[in-house]
Design a protein around this ligand. Structure first.
Ligand code: MG
Length: 393
């Protein structure tokens, strides 16, 4: 009998975290949780502690630690409980976990992911920013520590799955599919007045708030292009986007002889998460089996770059390289936060990102160290806040 693989989860109460725990719940013989880190949802975290019995738990916010301790004080197995920013990195590098699921949204996930890599853990990568902002620093670390970086995003998992058995140099082009987001059927002139509530309605995928807004602006796809560049080593000219409203084909690759390979399935984040944890094994699940006839018509169209300028902003930032993708990513995070607070409008998101990237052009550091990336990130957030008053009409 093989023993259950030890994993830790950063962001256990979020969308990625709860879906990962769903996998652990159905496969207790394959996976066990040793460490969990969460933000502010202490009640859910306490329930997760009771169910999954981790050895160590962290909350980002130190003021919530007494409440967490009170909630779990009757449990027979008390985990070690720590709090604060450094505590998340502590979970990342803790104990005998073989794999760390990085489900923390935004640049906050970068430092803990680096901590996990330096501790020799494989990464189930659900935090895009790790590579988008940190690519120039993270990739050499992956090599140095000999760990695996396994994509848990549906598109990158699809590409990774298609690549199994493709020899080195065989990959010619990556084709990322995009659902088109909440506004894919809305005329461009209506975009100016869409609300936060409208933007949070994603047609196919159930995800966190930030990424759902990113899907509506198609920045999510732009960020995925940059992530694909770092993960699979292809030039930006060889990474394309196609809109595929049904989200059945999760992405495709073209190999040198023009053969195209695709990965299909129902839109369910658990599948890429499971593969990132079980790779190279394939674990039997009782999930609904895929049915081509039930899936019905699969359609494709060209992405509308005029309606969704975020895609081209991301390509431009990716091509500029260096610290520019970190700036794009941070400006986007800050702009989305302002939109969610109803302080700026939907179309202000690409506007402000473009301005901030333009400002960074002269300062772009083409071979940034970690400190340079973190500094660029901070600078870009501040730049968005400074530009915000000019956006309010
Ligand atoms: Mg995705």
């Amino acid at each position: 009998m093989t023993s259950a693989k030890a994993i830790s989860i950063l962001g256990s109460t979020g969308s990625i975290g709860t879906q990962t725990l769903d996998i652990v719940r159905s496969h207790p013989d394959r996976f066990r949780v040793v460490g969990m880190a969460a933000g502010r949802n202490i009640k859910l975290l306490a329930e997760q502690i009771a169910e999954f019995k981790p050895e160590i738990v962290a909350t980002h916010d130190e003021s919530l630690l007494p409440e967490l301790k009170a909630l779990v004080k009757r449990l027979p197995d008390q985990p070690q409980m720590i709090a604060g920013k450094e505590a998340i990195a502590e979970i990342a590098r803790y104990g005998d976990a073989e794999s760390v699921v990085t489900g923390i949204v935004g640049c906050a996930g970068l430092l803990p992911t680096i901590a996990a890599i330096e501790a020799g853990k494989d990464i189930a990568l659900a935090n895009k920013e790790t590579l988008i902002a940190g690519g120039p620093v993270v990739l050499p670390l992956i090599k140095k520590h000999g760990v695996k970086l396994l994509p848990a995003d549906s598109e990158h998992s699809a590409i990774f799955q298609c690549l199994q058995g493709v020899p080195e140099g065989g990959l010619r082009r990556i084709i990322l599919t995009a659902s088109g987001g909440a506004f894919r059927d809305l005329p461009v002139e209506k975009l100016a007045t869409v609300t936060v509530k409208d933007a949070l309605k994603h047609p196919n995928w159930s995800m966190g708030q930030k990424i759902t807004i990113d899907s509506a602006t198609l920045m999510n796809k732009g960020l995925e292009v940059i992530e694909a560049h770092y993960l699979f080593g292809k030039d930006y000219d060889d990474i394309d986007i196609v809109v595929h409203p049904q989200s059945i084909i999760h992405s495709l690759i073209e190999v040198q002889d023009t053969s195209v390979l695709a990965q299909l399935g129902w839109p369910d984040m658990r599948l890429p998460l499971l593969y990132a944890l079980s790779y190279p094994e394939r674990i039997y699940t009782n999930w609904e089996k895929f049915d081509l006839v039930k899936a019905g018509d699969l359609t494709f169209r060209e992405p509308d770059h005029a309606k969704y300028p975020c895609m081209n902003l991301a390509y431009a930032a990716g091509r500029a390289g260096g610290s520019m993708p970190a700036v794009l990513n941070a400006a986007n995070e800050q702009a989305v936060a302002l939109f969610l607070e109803e302080k700026i409008q939907f179309l202000d998101i690409p506007r402000v990102i473009e301005k901030v990237c333009d400002r960074h052009q002269a300062d772009n550091n083409t071979s940034p160290a970690l400190a340079d990336i973190l500094q660029a990130d901070q600078w870009a957030r501040q730049a968005v806040l400074e530009l915000q008053p000019q956006l309010v009409v």
